[in-house]
Ligand binder design. Structure first.
Ligand code: UDX
Length: 497
């Protein structure tokens, strides 16, 4: 393992505490950041919740005896999120999770950080005192707590820069009367009050909190407005994106938050570092579900670019009716499909209950062409040559992972930033088709066919391939992401002096 010791050896390398909002999409990219900071000689404490730590321990995706990511100078600590074990830690329960962290877990965090930053000497586990915090930007109270105990704190927003810029402009959207929506308004109307997005942004492309708010005081709308404005007051802002992919939004954001570091796609920067430095890729996951790798054997048996991979991320929740529309459409498309159906995807029931209600044709088609599993190693799946398209909910990590894999997308966004992400894919980068707000099997079937075969499919596949090449060049020496990351390292060191 190679590392770059600091030129000024008198100053010990920083020890950064990293605190993601405790859901998969946020944990993954912040673990990748942790790993890259370790390779720059830092000590890292990754702070999870007791609930997620026990899930990690039970799903044994990592061969390391602790079942935790096996990365030197990285340790995992945890605090309680103060919610019952059966609380839905998905789109049905994330606001309560945030509230509980803000009220109940806050004092636990503050006293833990006080212990970790007040150490005089190196602890028994070889970890020195914490000298900096990188916390999820949707946890502004944890950033304030860090500064209150004297530890400089940087914000990390895990979603796209474009969604962040829209959240930052919510006061303008309200002032211009574009939000909240009024009944009967045309959702295809262009939005005019977001600088830089006038040419492609429609009402329906706004993040779901803007679409769903009934009044300007809406809780989630205000929550996102507040935490985004708060990021302006932090020691810096980290985004898992890259200059060329979201240049317009980054330019707008930097006018208000000049210390912004675009260091994505982090998973690709880690992959490039590991392959250049012969670092083993296994046992470094924080996957909350057991990854069913039998799907890789199934993919090996499928022809090139013949499979549509379907996943709705880690927190989406759907109705029985919507799931059945997708099921029938996938079978009627005649394509082979690898489908991730999480155990908690359906509200209040097991998806397996649906099987008996399906027609004989759909059941037969599923047995012949389908592979349904509860969770997969998604980055590996998207790199598999049998995968021809990704039917995705347009979560930001999935979008970046598909871009790096060069896999065109068919987008069906659910919530939060996903609506703007799918618009970027379909209208700006043209590496996929945007199927938002559609949920009938006939249209889904037609769009699956269009995304897999024919002229449109070739066009989006070519664009996806070209974009993948450009993105991969950004994470190695000379690339914008690589250079930004070096600047971030120096910034953190300057904060820890
Ligand atoms: O079977 C699977 C499915 C998904 N995954 C991983 O789970 C992660 C899902 O993250 P996404 O960002 O795509 O979506 P999530 O919905 O889970 O995330 C959430 O936080 C980030 C925001 O951008 C999303 O909009 C929000 O919903 C990805 O890194 C993906 O590789 C698996 O490892 N296996």
């Amino acid at each position: 393992e190679t590392q770059t010791p600091d030129s000024d050896s008198s100053v010990p390398p920083p020890h950064v505490l990293i605190f993601p909002f405790p859901i998969q999409g946020h944990m993954n990219c912040m673990l990748y950041l942790s790993e890259m900071l370790v390779y720059s000689g830092f000590h890292i404490t990754l702070l999870l919740t007791d609930h997620n730590l026990s899930l990690l321990r039970n799903n044994n995706n990592n061969s390391h005896p602790s079942s935790l990511p096996n990365i030197p100078r990285l340790r995992v600590l945890s605090i309680s999120d103060c919610l019952p074990a059966d609380h839905p830690r998905n789109l049905d329960g994330w606001v309560e999770l945030l509230d509980s962290l803000k009220t109940n877990a806050y004092p636990l965090y503050k006293s833990l950080l006080l212990d970790l930053c007040k150490m005089d000497d190196v602890g028994a586990d070889g970890f020195p005192a914490v000298t900096c915090v990188i916390a999820d930007g949707i946890l502004p109270f944890m950033i304030d707590a860090s500064e209150e105990v004297g530890v400089p704190a940087i914000a990390f927003r895990t979603a796209s820069a474009s969604s962040l810029w829209i959240y930052y402009c919510i006061p303008q959207l309200i002032q211009s009367g574009e939000v909240p929506f009024r009944d009967g308004e045309d959702w295809d109307e262009p939005i005019n009050s977001i600088p830089g997005m006038e040419s492609f942004l429609r009402r329906r492309d706004l993040p779901s909190p803007c679409r769903l708010a009934k009044n300007p005081e809406d809780k989630v709308l205000q929550l996102l407005t507040t935490c985004t404005a708060h990021s302006e007051r932090t020691r810096g802002l980290i985004l898992n994106t890259l200059e060329t992919l979201e240049s317009i939004s980054l330019e707008q954001i930097r006018a208000h938050m000049p210390t912004t570091y675009a260091i994505g796609p982090l998973h690709e920067m880690v992959r490039a570092y590991r392959s250049q430095n012969n670092v083993c890729a296994h046992d470094k996951s924080v996957s909350l579900w057991h990854q069913d790798c039998t799907c890789m054997t199934w993919l090996d048996q499928q022809p090139h670019r013949s499979v549509i991979y379907v996943s709705y991320g880690s927190v989406a929740v759907m109705t029985r009716e919507s799931l059945i529309e997708f099921w029938i459409a996938l079978v009627n498309s005649g394509e082979h499909f690898l489908w991730v159906v999480r155990s908690d995807l359906l509200r209040g029931e097991e998806w397996t209950n649906i099987w008996d209600s399906l027609s004989l044709e759909v059941r037969k088609g599923t047995e012949e062409r389908g592979c349904i599993v509860s969770w997969v190693p998604q980055v590996e799946v998207l790199a598999h040559p049998a995968v021809g398209c990704f039917l995705t909910h347009s979560g930001w990590n999935s979008t970046l992972e598909s871009i790096v894999g060069g896999v065109p997308m068919l987008c069906w966004p659910f919530a939060v930033d996903q609506q703007i992400n799918s618009r970027l894919v379909g209208e700006v980068w043209r590496i996929g088709l945007d199927m938002k707000d559609v949920c009938d099997e006939t249209t889904i079937e037609k769009m699956v066919r269009a995304a897999m075969n024919g002229e449109t499919a070739s066009e989006i596949r070519k664009n996806a391939h070209d974009l993948a090449k450009m993105v991969k060049n950004s994470v190695v020496e000379g690339g914008s992401t690589f250079e930004n990351f070096q600047r971030l390292i120096e910034h953190i060191k300057s904060l820890c002096k």
